[in-house]
Design a protein around this ligand. Structure first.
Ligand code: NOJ
Length: 886
């Protein structure tokens, strides 16, 4: 049961206090099967029940780093607002009470609209006539920054056409600590550098269209199990709070925070705090993360929005840095809010200082002005919770509270399908090819096998939120998906390919028709045809459980009982092409080793044009140039860091003792040869690398930031007579809707509950708006600007020595050289299109940040004295060029 507690006496404690009382608990700590991490500090810094230090006050925005125009506009408006109007900006109106998944209160007096927050990172969720794009993991596989920007821009146009204000994406948390993590595919890659670039480009693309982007989920939201209390209890897990991701400061900076810093530097309008606890303090009221790191060190100028129901208090969360509560109610449809009227009360009774509310309002409006939301947005023209054209204005409470035109069915897609087809192909990774690919289309017989090739007989949107794995997998499940306008199945596309010139094509998409599969695969083999076998693996968000996969996968094997089918085909047909649609890593050593498997293609989650994108690659219209954005290991154990599936305590403790050694860093460190390594991908042509050159650039010495802010500004005067904050007379209140006004002049009973005015729980310094010193690693959005000074320019020559034009992704890795550093980390990549016989020069700029480690003592980035070595090549393990940096 969840207690709904008046804001000023919230039992949910502020950061630093949460874990008290759990110390000395009888529950055993998590231990890893072997020493994944060689870094004792990472092990020591990832212990059960460790605490997050309190950091107050919450820094106020100042418009620095390109935000001044937006900030000035926001300040000018906030000066005119009443207390309730400011509160209205900060609080959602309640789940399913307005048309988007999240809606703020509006300010009709000044013509300020309700801001519409809408999922998802891959499509506009919960509406029709939208595109379904290749998912984040595919964007990462493209290793193409331009693609990431254009996809963001194209998606942004669709959100804009639907009337949204904010697209709830992109995702850099989860980063992908464990290969089974349910939502890894919404994000990009377990490599923070690759994710950071794709995250930043996506943000810039989305925001170029007038949409705010949301950098989510901040932070270390690395598994679905135990992310939410109610969800876990419903599944029968006996826990008392969501799980806590526990890790040390260096791991925070070098791994999980890295892409968020890129996102903040790219100007993201808001950051969504996550469900999990971090070091035993809830991410949405973790003052260390929100106040000290995000708003302090990273100089974030936008606003922090809660994940839906991830906020568990009012005053505590607000003082710890939360600016907006979504969807506004404490839990869906309670009609109560930790913000709303409780925030009105908290400002009146002084537990939230006015400067803090003013800062919340300024940050929210600045985020909106920063993307030109005021001039580029149009009214919402869809309703998330029904596709009916006419219906209730407030879906959850039904038609008695007003009806109208709620779905205008606006087609937002333009010709985005052509781009999606192209991007699907450009993100398809060719893993193995004995020469069978590209196919000619003239094969005597083309035989397709596997349920994953076929449409879902219940329709492309046949399962709510894609909560099933029936037919081909082109997007995974949860809030990260949208409704397909169509889905081109591989079966349809390949059949079209063959039938268009009257060839022979047969498909068996029932994985249990083993007799028929045997007959067809033998016959195809006998006539030297080609067998194309499809298999998939799905995962998603924790609110849906498919066959015991509670969001996170429970293994790394194929779904849909594909193994017997694959066994059968690969035994009988010596020209088999294996096509994989998966959310991430999958165990395929035996198929790599099987000589009958002539080719393996990882197509990921390509979106609505799935079959066409694949056909373009298989038939050579697109020469594959994508690379694996994760490691394919032989078994899950090789990755080292696994999901915690069974609670180890009433507050589950996820101890990230592997530190920064995730994915390829773990394989490299433990000398495990992967099946296919991070960064690997074949082409139909071949590339050679030569001529590594290094130029040292003159950059000024690094200066820690040292300025001091102004005192917290206050805008306007709040009328502290309680009578002026009552509901307006004759006001019709929609039940369960969250309003900012009070019921009564008695603050103790104005919104239910008692005990207001008790400020004993307010953390030290939280109300203090005196000037604050800039964090030494801060000074601008993203961090100290000198971190991006270019220290070295590395060039190499890449030659296409084959006979086809093709794309290659030269990659640069750096060894930082210290005893606790990964063998090497990615620090550069470019996608190049090279004509046959041609050579191209590639240049990588190595910044100070790229060469630094986080120093926990000076709380800054430092370049250590250890030898720095650079490596350039075509994957994390094929690095022919190397040199030491002088
Ligand atoms: C919860 C998910 O974690 C988040 O990603 C999403 O944006 C919200 N729900 C809103 O649907």
């Amino acid at each position: 049961m969840v207690l709904i507690i008046p804001v000023a006496v919230s039992l949910t404690l502020a950061a630093g206090a949460i874990a008290q009382g759990l110390n000395g608990s009888p529950f055993p700590d998590v231990t890893w099967p072997d020493a994944v991490s060689p870094n004792p500090a990472a092990v020591a810094g990832a212990q059960s029940n460790q605490k997050s230090p309190p950091k107050y006050p919450s820094p106020w925005a100042d418009g620095s780093g390109g935000w001044s125009a937006a900030y000035d506009k926001a300040v000018a408006l906030v000066k005119k607002l009443t207390l309730e109007e400011k509160v209205n900006l900060t609080t959602g109106t309640g789940w399913q009470m307005d048309r988007c998944v999240g809606n703020t209160g509006e300010i009709p007096r000044l013509g300020i609209r309700s801001l519409c927050f809408q999922d998802a990172p891959t499509a506009v969720r919960y509406t029709d006539f939208v595109s379904v794009f290749p998912q984040g993991v595919n964007v990462a596989a493209s290793f193409d920054k331009k693609l990431a920007y254009l996809r963001g821009q194209t998606m942004g146009e669709e959100f804009q056409a639907k009337g949204a204000s904010c697209a709830l994406g992109p995702v850099a948390g989860p980063l992908g600590r464990s290969p089974e993590g349910g939502r890894n595919w919404e994000g990009f890659s377990p490599d923070p550098y690759l994710t950071g670039h794709m995250f930043a480009e996506s943000i810039k693309g989305i925001q170029s269209t007038g949409m705010m982007a949301s950098a989510k989920h901040f932070i270390a939201n690395e598994q679905e199990h135990f992310r939410q209390l109610g969800e876990a209890l419903d599944y029968g897990f006996n826990i008392t709070q969501p799980g806590s991701s526990n890790f040390d400061d260096q791991t925070l900076h070098e791994l999980y925070l890295w892409p968020f810093a890129d996102g903040v530097r790219a100007g993201v309008a808001n950051v969504m705090c996550s469900y999990n606890l971090v070091n035993n303090s809830q991410a949405c009221q973790n003052s260390y993360l929100l106040n000290h790191v995000l708003k302090g060190e990273l100089g974030f100028q936008g606003f922090v929005i809660s994940d839906w129901q991830a906020d568990n208090s009012g005053v505590s969360a607000i003082l710890a840095g939360l600016d907006m509560s979504m969807p506004g109610d404490t839990l869906f449809n309670t009609g109560r809010s930790f913000f709303g009227p409780n925030l009105t009360i908290a400002v009146l009774n002084g537990t939230v200082p006015q400067w803090r509310l003013d800062d919340m309002a300024v940050r929210i409006l600045a985020g909106w002005y920063y993307v030109d939301g005021d001039t580029k947005s149009i009214p919402v023209n869809f309703e998330s919770f029904t596709k009916d054209t006419y219906g209730p204005l407030h879906y959850h409470v039904g038609t008695q509270w007003g009806t109208g035109l709620i779905n205008e069915h606006v087609d937002s897609r333009g010709e985005h399908g052509a781009l999606i087809r192209q991007w699907g192909a450009e993100s398809t990774v060719l893993l193995k090819n004995d020469g069978i690919l590209p196919l000619t289309g003239k094969e005597r017989l083309t035989a397709v096998f596997g349920e994953d090739a076929a449409p879902n007989p219940n329709g492309p949107n046949g399962c709510s939120n894609k909560g099933c794995d029936i037919g081909t997998l082109a997007e995974a499940w949860g809030s990260g998906q949208g409704d397909f306008p169509y889905l081109v199945s591989p079966e349809a596309a390949l059949q079209h390919e063959i039938v268009s010139h009257y060839g022979a094509f047969e498909s068996i998409t029932n994985n249990s028709a083993l007799t028929q599969i045997q007959t067809l695969s033998r016959r195809t083999n006998a006539v030297s045809g080609v067998c194309i076998a499809f298999a998939n693996a799905d995962s998603g968000e924790g609110f849906i459980n498919i066959e015991g996969n509670y969001g996170d996968r429970k293994n790394l094997t194929f779904w849909q009982a594909a193994e017997p089918m694959l066994q059968n085909v690969t035994t009988n047909c010596n020209r088999t092409v294996l096509v994989i649609h998966s959310v991430g890593p999958i165990e395929i050593q035996k198929y790599k080793d099987n000589v009958n498997v002539s080719a393996i293609v990882w197509a990921g989650l390509p979106g609505e044009q799935s079959g066409n994108s694949l056909a373009d690659v298989l038939y050579g219209r697109v020469n594959p140039g994508a690379k694996l954005p994760f490691t394919l290991g032989a078994s899950r154990e090789e990755y080292g860091a696994d999901v915690l599936y069974t609670p180890n305590q009433p507050v589950p403790q996820f101890n990230f003792q592997e530190g920064v050694f995730v994915d390829y860093r773990a394989f490299d460190h433990r000398n495990i040869t992967p099946v296919y390594e991070f960064g690997f991908g074949l082409s139909y042509t071949e590339f050679e690398y030569a001529d590594l050159q290094i130029e040292k650039c003159g950059a000024a010495p690094y200066e820690p930031a040292s300025s001091v802010s102004d005192a917290a500004p206050i805008y306007g005067t709040i009328d502290n007579r309680t009578t002026t904050h009552l509901f307006p007379s004759n006001f019709t209140r929609v039940p369960l809707y969250i309003y900012p006004w009070l019921n009564s002049t008695n603050l103790s009973s104005a919104y239910g509950g008692s005990g207001y005015g008790d400020s004993a729980f307010i953390p030290d310094g939280a109300l203090d708006g005196s000037p604050i010193a800039t964090h030494p690693a801060g000074g601008a959005p993203g961090g100290n600007p000198q971190l991006w000074d270019v220290l070295y320019r590395v060039t190499a020559t890449v030659s296409n020595v084959g006979s086809l034009a093709g794309a290659e992704v030269p990659q640069l890795y750096v060894s930082h050289g210290g005893p606790f550093d990964p063998k090497r980390v990615l620090r550069g990549f470019e996608k190049l299109l090279i004509e046959p016989g041609q050579s191209t020069s590639v240049t990588f700029e190595l910044s100070r940040r790229d060469l630094s480690n986080w120093d926990t003592v000076s709380q800054n980035w430092v370049i250590t004295d250890y030898t720095k070595t650079v490596f350039v090549g075509s994957s994390s393990r094929a690095l022919p060029l190397t040199a030491v940096l002088q």
